[in-house]
Design a protein around this ligand. Structure first.
Ligand code: SF4
Length: 269
């Protein structure tokens, strides 16, 4: 059966989000890549039917969030993993516009029963509680990146082209190996060692992510132990929309869905 035949009517012929894709994904000549990517999706899903995709949202993308998720589901991709960029690109009012988009998406998911088949990681039962552990969110130091000269970096976000304010942070190279002394600070990172008190005590901290490379780039000194918190308002907006989603879905299904989240693992929609 073709992918289109399996789609519910509400996802058929959604307006495309070419403009959103082409805001960021362009060829060197500036031309957007949407048409070429979309053309190949049916073949990709034929070969890998359970594939998921990843969406990243920046400030200019906010008006397209709801339609982007519905469009991707309409293309046959059932699992959409999505998050906001870690860079400080946010403008006043972005958090409210973000929340509006997520609430609109939540309404559509619940009204059309899309939760039965599709998932979007913006909605998670585990989101918005105080921290339950002291783990580092980010895997920098445990996912080495290697450049064309054979230099090792804690992750791709520590290469020079990823950084605005600092020079690249090299951990070694393929000739001499890893400098364990430089790696040590990454292996000691945890939540408390880099977070301000307001984050350690935050009531909605679960799911509030950070990027070690962005932290390093924005810190007052060249340290990885200073957490950047400019995503605070965006996370709180997501938490409010997430609460709206689970409360509304729970009322519809006659269950307290958040109470079910006390088990292991994330409950996502
Ligand atoms: S950045 Fe804001 S929302 Fe995130 S943990 Fe810190 S205080 Fe809480």
């Amino acid at each position: 059966m073709s992918i289109l035949h399996a789609l519910p009517p509400c996802l058929l012929h959604r307006p495309d989000t070419r403009a959103k894709h082409n805001l960021q994904r362009v060829y060197p000549n500036g031309q957007g890549s949407y048409d070429e990517v979309v053309k190949n999706i049916p073949r990709w899903l034929e070969q890998f039917p359970k594939s998921s995709t990843k969406v990243t949202i920046s400030s200019d993308d906010i008006p397209y969030i709801k339609e982007s998720v519905l469009h991707l589901w309409g293309l046959g991709i059932k699992e959409v993993n999505i998050n906001v960029v870690f860079e400080d690109v946010w403008k006043p009012g972005d958090d409210e516009r973000f929340e509006d988009q997520l609430v609109g998406l939540a309404d559509e998911i619940i009204e059309k029963k899309l939760y039965e088949t599709y998932s979007c990681s913006f909605f998670s039962k585990m989101l918005g509680y105080p921290y339950r552990d002291n783990n580092n969110w980010c895997g920098a130091g445990k996912m080495l990146a290697v450049d064309h000269l054979g230099n090792f970096y804690p992750c791709v976000r520590f290469l020079g082209f990823s950084l605005q304010n600092r020079t690249a942070l090299v951990l070694g190279n393929c000739f001499d190996g890893i400098d364990r002394n430089r790696l040590r600070s990454f292996l000691t990172l945890d939540m408390v060692s880099q977070s301000p008190a307001e984050c350690i005590d935050c009531d909605v901290a679960m799911g509030c992510a950070w990027c070690q490379g962005a932290n390093y780039d924005c810190a007052d000194t060249a340290t990885i132990f200073q957490r950047a918190t400019y995503l605070c308002k965006m996370h709180k907006a997501r938490v409010r929309a997430n609460n709206y989603f689970w409360n509304k879905l729970g009322r519809k299904l006659g269950k307290d869905l958040r109470a079910e989240s006390s088990g292991d693992g994330p409950g996502t929609c």
